[in-house]
Design a protein around this ligand. Structure first.
Ligand code: JHZ
Length: 393
């Protein structure tokens, strides 16, 4: 299989490496390049960062940090119970338990390689394996707990490098009539929204349905339903069943999604060459916006020190030259500095009165943030966003 590089986003740090000071020694950088796989049409990073550098005992992201996601996971838990009535559920990448905690009435198991997070869910009395998801682990879990009616994984499968093994292990841990539900950012939406910030060290892949179908061909699993979601800037919730299970019919929307992607040209290399050109233009115009605001001597902060924003800041070389500080609600990020760009992150206590502009690092939560920041907007405060194109709103 051939891999062709189509976009070079330059040198990038580990997005989870929130720094204790602004002048770190030996900060790790790698080259962030994107590739197109000629056979499977999979879009991936060109070089992967070693997993232990990213997923460790200092993992900062908390899935429950936004009201939008807390609600989304509670709603999904209800829906899964109604639709599949599982007696057992396994979550790959259980983070702080925001989803799996809703299944305390059945056998609920978490897999979470970041020990600080696994400790959190263990304290919540959820059996959690602080390990990477592998075939070996699936065998171990099967032996101890049996196979599962539902396996769920949000924003995690795209982080695991060995996809063949990942799906083989899922197939191995699923009951014959079981369902595997995967949720990850949609490649189509990322291309349409020009959200190149979906690419960073952890996101080894951004999946299209086309590629998912191709890479799971030999896994014994097949897609039988898809839901398009607004979460994380546009995601797909993809339902898999075992090929041998004829209980679930394959929904027409699977074909529809594949057709929509084909019409967009998701399978064509040319599509990514065009994307790359647009990304470089987006960079230029975002820098112009920052420059023109700074010329007027206005104060800019960042809102939401997301992992995504690390790609924007480091690609566009935006640092303290433009952004005084970030505000964020996550205690594990505040008091630290953004990786690579070294901007201080302050605890969120509302937007200070002297702030004129806020760069939306968490653009995917724009609605939630705009509702919260009515006072800032009312007094003339503006947001800067780069999605779907750089602008002031
Ligand atoms: P959010 C992380 O990426 C990493 P990030 C990971 N790789 C992934 O795939 C996604 O999550 C799912 C803050 N915030 O969710 C909280 C406010 O301060 O977009 C968070 O730090 N105020 C696993 O980091 C950040 O923004 C607010 O009102 O790109 C949001 O991070 C809101 C709504 C959020 O994921």
């Amino acid at each position: 299989m051939k891999k062709i590089n189509f976009l070079n986003l330059g040198k990038h740090p580990i997005t989870n490496n929130f720094l204790p000071n602004a002048k770190p020694k030996n900060e790790f950088f790698y080259n962030l390049k994107l590739s197109y796989h000629t056979e499977t049409k999979l879009i991936s990073l060109n070089n992967f960062v070693p997993p232990k550098k990213m997923f460790n005992n200092r993992y900062a992201h908390r899935a429950s940090a936004s009201m939008t996601m807390r609600q989304a996971y509670a709603d999904l838990a209800k829906k899964i119970k109604k639709k599949f009535n599982p007696r057992s559920i396994l979550e790959i990448g259980s983070n702080d338990g925001v989803f799996i905690k809703h299944f305390s009435d059945v056998q609920n198991i978490g897999v979470e390689p970041c020990k600080n997070l696994a400790d959190l869910t263990t304290k919540m009395k959820i059996k959690t394996y602080d390990k990477f998801w592998t075939f070996q682990l699936s065998k171990k879990i099967n032996k101890k707990h049996g196979k599962f009616d539902v396996i769920y994984s949000a924003n995690t499968i795209s982080h695991i490098h060995k996809l063949n093994e990942t799906f083989k292990a899922i197939e191995n841990s699923l009951n014959v009539e079981g369902v595997f539900i995967l949720e990850d950012p949609s490649l189509l939406k990322s291309l349409q929204k020009l959200s190149y910030d979906q690419f960073y060290d952890e996101h080894a892949y951004v999946f299209s349905i086309t590629a998912l179908k191709n890479i799971t061909k030999k896994s014994g699993l097949e897609i039988f339903n898809i839901e398009a979601l607004n979460t994380h800037g546009g995601s797909n919730r993809v339902y898999f069943k075992k090929i041998i299970n004829k209980k679930f019919k394959i929904s027409n929307n699977v074909k529809r999604h594949l057709l929509t992607e084909k019409k967009y040209g998701i399978h064509k290399f040319k599509t990514y060459q065009i994307f790359a050109k647009k990304v470089n233009k987006s960079k230029e115009s975002l820098i112009k916006i920052f420059q023109s605001i700074k010329k007027k001597k206005k104060k800019i902060i960042g809102y939401g020190a997301t992992y995504k924003s690390s790609t924007v800041l480091n690609f566009c070389k935006i640092s303290k030259n433009y952004i005084n500080y970030f505000v964020d609600t996550t205690p594990t990020k505040t008091g630290k500095f953004t990786p690579g760009s070294h901007i201080p992150i302050k605890e969120y206590k509302g937007i200070a009165d002297d702030v004129d502009y806020a760069f939306l690092g968490a653009w995917n939560f724009k609605d939630e943030i705009f509702k919260k920041e009515k006072k800032f907007i009312k007094r003339g405060g503006k947001f800067i966003t780069h999605v779907p194109f750089p602008k002031i709103i």
